[in-house]
Design a protein around this ligand. Structure first.
Ligand SMILES: Nc1ncnc2c1ncn2[C@@H]1O[C@H](COP(=O)(O)OP(=O)(O)OP(=O)(O)O)[C@@H](O)[C@H]1O
Ligand SMILES: [Mg+2]
Length: 251
């Protein structure tokens, strides 16, 4: 199952990705978390001690797979060995830091982009495990071909109108490019009225709500690994993606 996470900047995409990854591993699932944000923070949030060089910056690898970076490019580079060779593992979670997929000026087809797109497509179409994709805000990097291989898109929303507007925009785009299941997750909820407002403002099914937590903000998701409340909520989100059933949510 492949789950992509999107939403406005700072809403809690990476935090949710980490919480779901931890929960899925504790349920015995094989998990590959993929950081595709130009400003990768998933490694830090998952507690990896070292800086991880994004794949896109591995010049030798790019040259090996893409041909000379100045000459002709391969359009279908070999990528199937990348997850095993370049992912790092901690607490049972495998992590791949991809680097940004940028559309350069004038629709640049730079080799790094072609490589990352092929890798992403391979991951979302071929790998039999839980893949959690942490993207930058917006869906443009996902692209049509890749989106069709994603089983679900989670749009994270916090109680402010900008994140709701962004969620609506992402929803429209995701529908257009054919994402099959699109859900919202409310985050940083301080009181029940905030969740109700989010639910009323969106036509997207809200399958989870995470409370605002000062501990989470200060110490990160790893501080919540034995927090029954957050674990329960992460479990419920994972379960709802597989078997969606509208249920009253409590904030
Ligand atoms: N439920 C929560 N309660 C309190 N703080 C939270 C909660 N969820 C996330 N945060 C905090 O909000 C900030 C942004 O979270 P995070 O980095 O996960 O967002 P993001 O959407 O991935 O951001 P970016 O768009 O920069 O990638 C962090 O300081 C994080 O600790
Ligand atoms: Mg993030």
């Amino acid at each position: 199952m492949k789950i992509a996470i999107s939403g406005k900047g700072g809403v809690g995409k990476t935090t949710l990705c980490a919480l779901l990854a931890r929960e899925a591993v504790s349920q015995g699932k094989r998990v590959l978390a993929v950081d595709a944000d130009p400003n990768p923070t998933l490694a830090m949030i998952l507690g990896f001690p070292e800086e991880i060089t994004p794949l896109v910056e591995l010049k030798e690898l790019m040259e090996e797979r893409m041909g000379s970076l100045e000459g002709f490019l391969r359009l279908n580079p070999k990528v199937d060995d990348i997850p095993e060779r370049f992912s790092v593992e901690r607490d049972g979670i495998k992590l791949l830091v991809m680097g940004p997929i940028r559309q350069g000026g004038g629709g640049c087809a730079c080799p790094q982009n072609t490589f990352l797109k092929s890798l992403l497509q391979y991951l979302v179409l071929e790998r039999d495990e839980l893949i959690l994709l942490d993207f930058e805000a917006g869906l443009e990097p996902l692209g049509r071909a890749t989106a069709q291989g994603v089983d679900a898109l989670l749009i994270v929303v916090e109680p402010d109108s900008a994140s709701v507007v962004t969620a609506r925009r992402i929803y429209t785009l995701a529908q257009q490019i054919g994402v099959r299941k699109i859900f919202a997750v409310a985050n940083k909820i301080r009181e029940p009225g905030e969740l109700r407002t989010i639910q009323e403002s969106l036509e997207i099914e809200v399958i989870g709500a995470l409370p605002y937590s000062e501990r989470l903000r200060v110490a990160g998701p790893s501080s919540l690994s034995s927090d029954a409340e957050f674990r329960h909520r992460a479990q419920a989100i994972l379960a709802s993606i597989v078997h969606p059933h509208p249920q009253p949510l409590s904030p």
